[in-house]
Design a protein around this ligand. Sequence first.
Ligand code: SF4
Length: 249
Amino acid sequence: MKTENKRTVTHIVKQLLNLSIKEIDHVIGNNHYDYLMDVKEYVELSSTFKSDYWKIVNRVVDNGYVYLKTNEVIRLIRDKIKTEIYKRIKESPVPNIPKNLQYLVGIVKNRPLPRAPLESSQLTTYPPCAMRVIARSEANENLSHFERFFLTAFLLKTGKSVEDVIKFFSTSPDFNEKVARYQVEHIAGLKGGRKAYNVPDCKTLFSQSLCYKDESCNGISHPLQYGKRYVKRGEKSSDRKGHIPKEDF
Ligand code: SF4
């Protein structure tokens, strides 16, 4: 299975993204490395990452190549894949639609526009747990109550406005603006007890099977500690702890 994963990653990196990468099977100290990546390509791919973990001075570099593990390569190419897929979809020719199916074009055209994507520079500073819930939401999968609560609290704490968060959820299959607005404002501390809710810590997220820890999470115990950018914004002592609102949205 591991070999299969590695083969798939190598294929995507080389064929889809046209990047040079070499498979290796190399142990240095306690670390097992699967790839060598050209240092220029590494710097370009990691340039928007804020965490020190990705800084070139903290990597093993030899002869113009950076040593990487498979999951690190996956993290590095995530945004680039997304961009590449959008580009290919945009460039693909529009097929001729048979007359008897053209009424469907009208239906699709009148559907609400897709939500405004979160900026990729922001996404790269989000921890894997938040990225996972965002990806599920963007794929219109049904989020659990806890996932919605976590994502809402996280987005609010990392600088998104109530309107941004509502807009983000607006294309969910069961979206109800009135209910969503109440819940988001409640979590933001604008309703009810007038205290903002805390973002759950890593332990809580783990207990809810929502932790997707990788090396970039090393040394942190709270998603808001991920990347320097949010450390200073940490939790306020007045925030509610240990509760989530009862109603779903
Ligand atoms: S370790 Fe913490 S920040 Fe990292 S994925 Fe798990 S819950 Fe999220």
